[in-house]
Design a protein around this ligand. Structure first.
Ligand SMILES: O=C(O)CCC(=O)C(=O)O
Ligand SMILES: [Fe+2]
Length: 330
C-alpha cells in the first residue's frame, strides 16, 4: 500500500495551471551555504568568563541571525537516532492509515500533508508532518515505542529549551523564572517532518516560507540539507552539522524582546532525489499566557497565545498564509 500522500490527485489543478507560469518560485540553484553561528554549550561550565562570553554570543546570534546551532547540548546521539528511526517507521505506514481520524489516538489534525487551503504552488508544501501537542501524548498507546521515545526526547528538549530561553533572557533583563512560570512540558509541541522526493523541485517548496509560532524552536535534521533562512534580503542555505542542533527564535520571543531577537523567515527547499527528515520542538507557553514586550515603548500590542493562534487560523483561512506578528504591531 502506498505510503505517499496523494499530492498529484489533490493538487492536480494547481500543478497544471502552474506548469506554464513564467514566475516559478526558484528553489534549487545558486544559494550560498552558510555555517550558522556555533555555540558550544560546554563553555557554560568552564568558568564565569567563558560562561558570560557564551551567553553573549548566543544573544548576538539571536539579534543578528535569529538562528544558531548548538553543540554539547546534552541530548544523546543515541536518542536522536532512535527518534529518527521511530519517525521513519511511522511515516512508512500506508497513507490510508496515517490519515485515519484517530491515527495513533491523536487528534485529527496531528497528521498533516501539503496544505488543504493551497491556492497556488507558492503556498503548497511538498511534505507530510506529525504535529504532536505534548499535552496529547498520554492519549497514545503507552506500549508504543514512538510514544516512549517522544516522551524521552521531549523531556530533554524541554529542559534544553528552557535553559536556552533563560540564557537569552539574561541579556534583556527578563526575570529569571519567566519561562518556568509560563511554559510547561505539555504546553510545547513536537513536529516530525518528512519531505518526500519532489518531482518539481524548482516549482515548489518542502515547507513554504514561514516564521515559527513559539518562543524558540530546536531542530534536529538529517544530513540531506534544504533548510534556508532569509538573511539581509537573501535566501541562504544552512549547512547541516551532524553534531549540532539548530535553534531559531520564534514570534513570541521577538515580541517579548520587543523586536531585539528576530523571528526569521525560513523554508525548506524541495529535493528531487532524496527524502529528508527533521524534527522541530516548539517551545511554547500555555494558551492563557499573555506576551508583552520587556521594554518600552512596545512595538507590539500584548496578546495571549490563544489570541495569536486564533488570528493565524483566521488569516490562513482568508489568505492561505499566516500573517504573524505584523498583525500585532502598535
Ligand atoms: O525541516 C526543517 O529543517 C525545518 C522545519 C520547520 O521549519 C518547521 O517545522 O517549522
Ligand atoms: Fe519552522
Amino acid at each position: 500500500m502506498a505510503i505517499e500522500p496523494p499530492f498529484f490527485e489533490k493538487y492536480k489543478a494547481i500543478l497544471q495551471s502552474s506548469a506554464n507560469e513564467k514566475e516559478k518560485p526558484s528553489t534549487v540553484e545558486g544559494f550560498e551555504e552558510l555555517e550558522l553561528p556555533l555555540i558550544d554549550l560546554s563553555h557554560l561550565n568552564l568558568g564565569p568568563l567563558e560562561r558570560q562570553e557564551c551567553i553573549e554570543k548566543m544573544g548576538q546570534a539571536a539579534i543578528e541571525w535569529g538562528f544558531f546551532q548548538i553543540v554539547n547540548h546534552a541530548v544523546p546521539d543515541e536518542l536522536l537516532n532512535r527518534l529518527k528511526q521511530e519517525q521513519i517507521k511511522v511515516f512508512q505506514q500506508p497513507f490510508d492509515k496515517k490519515s485515519e481520524y484517530n491515527f495513533l489516538n491523536l487528534s485529527v489534525q496531528s497528521y498533516r500533508w501539503g496544505n488543504p487551503l493551497a491556492t497556488s504552488l507558492r503556498n503548497l508544501s511538498w511534505s507530510e508532518a506529525l504535529h504532536i501537542s505534548l499535552k496529547d501524548i498520554s492519549k497514545m498507546d503507552e506500549y508504543n515505542k514512538l510514544r516512549s521515545t517522544i516522551e524521552e526526547y521531549a523531556e530533554k528538549a524541554n529542559f534544553l529549551a528552557q535553559r536556552l530561553a533563560e540564557y537569552l533572557a539574561q541579556n534583556l533583563g527578563i526575570k529569571a523564572n519567566y519561562f518556568q512560570e509560563n511554559c510547561s512540558p505539555s504546553s510545547s509541541s513536537l513536529r516530525m517532518n518528512r519531505y518526500p522526493p519532489c518531482p518539481y523541485p524548482s516549482m515548489m517548496f518542502g515547507i513554504i516560507p514561514h516564521t515559527d509560532t513559539d518562543f524558540l524552536t530546536i531542530v534536529s535534521q538529517d544530513q540531506v540539507g534544504g533548510l534556508q533562512l532569509k538573511r539581509n534580503g537573501r535566501w541562504v542555505s544552512v549547512k547541516p552539522n551532524p553534531k549540532a542542533l539548530v535553534v531559531n527564535i520564534g514570534d513570541f520571543y521577538q515580541a517579548l524582546s520587543n523586536g531585539v531577537y528576530k523571528s526569521i523567515t525560513h523554508r525548506v527547499i524541495a529535493n528531487q532525489e532524496t527524502e529528508r527528515y527533521s524534527a522541530a520542538y516548539f517551545y511554547c507557553p500555555t494558551y492563557e499566557t499573555v506576551i508583552e514586550s520587556c521594554s518600552k515603548p512596545s512595538l507590539y500590542k500584548k496578546f495571549s497565545f490563544k489570541e495569536y493562534r486564533e488570528q493565524i487560523q483566521k488569516d490562513v483561512k482568508a489568505t492561505g498564509d499566516k500573517v504573524g506578528l505584523s498583525r500585532f504591531l502598535l
